[in-house]
Design a protein around this ligand. Structure first.
Ligand SMILES: Nc1ncnc2c1ncn2[C@@H]1O[C@H](COP(=O)(O)OP(=O)(O)O)[C@@H](O)[C@H]1O
Ligand SMILES: [Mg+2]
Length: 240
């Protein structure tokens, strides 16, 4: 029996000819806020999909907590050609783990839209919303599933600065347990955001974890260069 949210034991994942993760070991505890950083193609999305069970290891194994509930947000939300409210309600209704009837799913969707500040646009077409609103809609859908673990793949990458701040504020809200203590695991290209939100930073390069440190140590240049020259070079490159 494990109390960890998720444990990766020596996990390698192949995507066609590419070994996208190489012998990754990772143990994540409840309440951690783990940022995954690294250049494009370093394996962040693959790691998130593996944690969520969408990809399966070619080697090693993944152990998930037997009870905790996970939800995942992608870089661009998948929305259907229907109202914002129905997009959320349908997602909740289709999630059979909750076993909601349509009326219950709709009621929960209304609360979820309030939670992310989208009540005013509930009856507008989901696909007509701005990028930031669409991402908040996806967060409403995730929130409605009442997850213990929220996985997000570069949730603010395609947003303008204002929308970025709104989505980031929601992530902080969710993570701070205004609702309930949540474990956050997210890929980010934004080191400022990582500094503000993360408790722990995992640096990937070529599918390998080259650094895994508490956030304060990751942003301590001396400690980081000692621990991983590659991660140090990456951070310097991002900041310059
Ligand atoms: N569907 C796919 N088929 C083959 N290779 C892929 C596929 N998706 C990603 N890859 C490769 O896997 C590696 C890791 O990609 P990814 O996890 O998407 O990295 P990141 O999210 O850090 O940008 C990269 O080399 C990428 O080119
Ligand atoms: Mg990615």
């Amino acid at each position: 029996m494990t109390s960890a949210v998720v444990q990766l034991h020596d996990v390698s994942v192949r995507l066609g000819p590419v070994e996208a993760l190489k012998r990754v070991n990772l143990v994540i505890q409840p309440g951690e806020r783990v940022a995954l950083v690294g250049s494009n193609g370093s394996g962040k999305s693959t790691l998130l999909r593996t944690v969520h069970g969408l990809l399966h290891p070619a080697q090693g194994h993944v152990e998930r907590h037997p009870v905790l509930r996970q939800a995942m947000l992608f870089q661009r939300p998948h929305l259907l050609r229907m109202s914002a409210l129905h997009n959320v309600a349908l997602g909740l209704w289709l999630d059979r783990t909750q076993g909601l009837g349509w009326a219950q799913a709709k009621a929960l969707a209304i609360t979820a839209l309030q939670r992310v500040g989208l009540s005013a646009v509930a009856h507008q077409g989901g696909r007509q919303l701005s990028g930031g609103q669409q991402q908040r809609l996806a967060m409403a859908r995730a929130w409605g599933r009442q997850p213990d673990v929220l996985l997000l793949d570069e949730p603010t990458a395609s947003l303008d600065p204002h929308a970025k701040r709104e989505v980031e504020a929601l992530m902080a809200d969710f993570a701070n347990g205004l609702d309930r203590a949540l474990t956050l695991i997210w890929a980010s290209h934004n080191l400022g955001q990582v500094k503000r939100l993360a408790t722990r930073v995992v640096y990937l390069e070529g599918g390998r974890v080259l650094a895994d440190l508490p956030v304060a140590d990751f942003f301590d240049a001396a400690k980081l260069s000692d621990h991983s020259p590659a991660a140090h070079a990456f951070v310097q490159g991002e900041l310059s």
